[in-house]
Design a protein around this ligand. Structure first.
Ligand SMILES: *Cc1c(COP(=O)(O)O)cnc(C)c1O
Length: 402
């Protein structure tokens, strides 16, 4: 009798599990199946495909919070969080991350953004306003030709004067080229690429800062575009590269869906208080708030996801993941070297770029395209995220050998 009960109970829960996998919509189920298949060989773009939020979603549904419409419009860094918002958790998230980039707790302002691009938009907007409001002069933006395209797009959007600075073979802004195009009669808004899109280069901030230091009368603002690398570098021996104290930057943008594996676009934006205090005021009576950030409505769920990750994954695991990613990137490079397959990688980077393989391989592994005559023309890259393990790299190498 008992046995029979267990059998039935098991049957029941198995069929429940099977049911749970079906949405009741054939096209949705087919799409989900195909996407989960593609996920296994998603190598070319910087998304951590081991999204660690299952527990969050279980809580979100079982607590009934999935039926609450919240909104984080306004400043999360005040002592009076808005009701129907998750601003107090958003503030905790900013205060958790601030010291990882060497921001002091009493000298930081920040928000959870909609994306890395949203963070860059704030960095460029805040930088330009800071420079204008403290000097009365319109700044010039300097950014390398290998930086993420969002920076140029945003400067275009904000109608800023831009000088594009040439980068070296490995993708870093060339200090001499910066000096050649520098106009010291106007303030400089530097955008440093921390992880150039294709080659995974980090601009040599110390060398570039040395060029800027030659013009002490020129006011400088530095924004770091660290969408991908800003996630893992604080957990590695390269952490000085993201220290605002050592590198003297004022703001930084980081994506939440890249290293941290949040399952939809999100990010972090952090800046110094001085930056925030020198922005244009927008006192909005209707909201009873000072709206210095660009967006009105802001997501209230993403901050909770960040907070959840801090509590359930946290520093130690992120350190392990960062080490594993860099080890696997070295492993991929070593395997390609063994085959004498032309490939390159910056030391602190999880991105390996190489001669572009056959279209079949490019398609199967979702590899991103690049082109550079200096490396023989057509290139592709793999961004070694948490799900790109040694076993999976072996599969790629085998495919390449065939
Ligand atoms: C991914 C990336 C971006 C864009 O970030 P989103 O979060 O996708 O908007 C910007 N800059 C760099 C360096 C990136 O790697």
């Amino acid at each position: 009798m008992k046995k029979r009960f267990f059998f039935l109970a098991t049957l029941f829960s198995v069929s429940l599990a099977l049911l749970a996998q079906s949405s009741g919509f054939k096209e949705l189920d087919e799409w989900a199946k195909q996407t989960k298949e593609e996920q296994k060989t998603f190598f070319g773009y910087p998304a951590n495909e081991q999204s660690p939020l299952q527990g969050f979603y279980e809580w979100y549904v079982s607590s009934g919070m999935c039926e609450v419409n919240m909104n984080n419009a306004g400043d999360p860094m005040t002592d009076h969080p808005n009701s129907m918002s998750s601003q107090r958790f958003e503030r905790e998230v900013i205060e958790f991350f601030a010291p990882l980039y060497d921001f002091k707790k009493d000298n930081v302002w920040g928000i959870v953004t909609h994306s890395g691009t949203d963070g860059n938009n704030h960095g460029i907007y805040f930088g330009a306003k800071y420079l204008y409001n403290t000097t009365g002069l319109k700044p010039i933006v300097y950014v390398s030709d290998e930086a993420h395209y969002s920076n140029l797009r945003l400067c275009d959007l904000q109608n800023l004067d831009v000088r594009i600075v040439k980068s070296d073979d490995m993708g870093r802004m060339i200090p001499e080229e910066l000096e050649n195009v520098l106009d010291p009669s106007r303030p400089a808004l530097m955008i440093y690429a921390m992880g150039s899109t294709f080659k995974g280069a980090i601009d040599d901030q110390e060398a570039l800062n040395a060029v800027l230091d030659k013009y002490p009368q020129m006011k400088v603002y530095r924004h770091i575009d660290a969408a991908l690398f800003g996630g893992y570098l604080p957990f590695t021996k390269y952490r000085d590269m993201v220290s605002c104290k050592k590198m003297r930057y004022q703001s930084i943008a980081i994506s939440g869906h890249k290293f941290f594996g949040i399952d939809s676009p999100s990010g972090l934006f952090l800046c110094t208080r001085e930056t925030y205090d020198n922005q244009n005021n927008f006192n909005v009576t209707y909201l009873n708030g000072n709206m210095r950030m660009i967006n009105c409505s802001r997501d209230a769920v993403q901050p909770i996801k960040f907070w959840w990750l801090i509590k359930t994954i946290g520093r130690d695991n992120w350190s392990k993941q960062a080490t594993q990613m860099l080890d696997c990137a070295d492993y991929l490079k070593a395997q390609l070297d063994k085959m004498n397959y032309p490939c390159w990688k910056n030391t602190y980077s999880n991105t390996v770029f190489f001669r572009r393989p056959s279209p079949e391989i490019v398609k199967h592994f979702n590899l991103a395209h690049g082109y550079d005559e200096r490396f023989g023309g057509e290139l592709a890259h793999i961004v070694v995220m948490q799900h790109v393990t040694k076993e999976k790299i072996d599969l790629f190498i085998e495919a390449l050998k065939k």
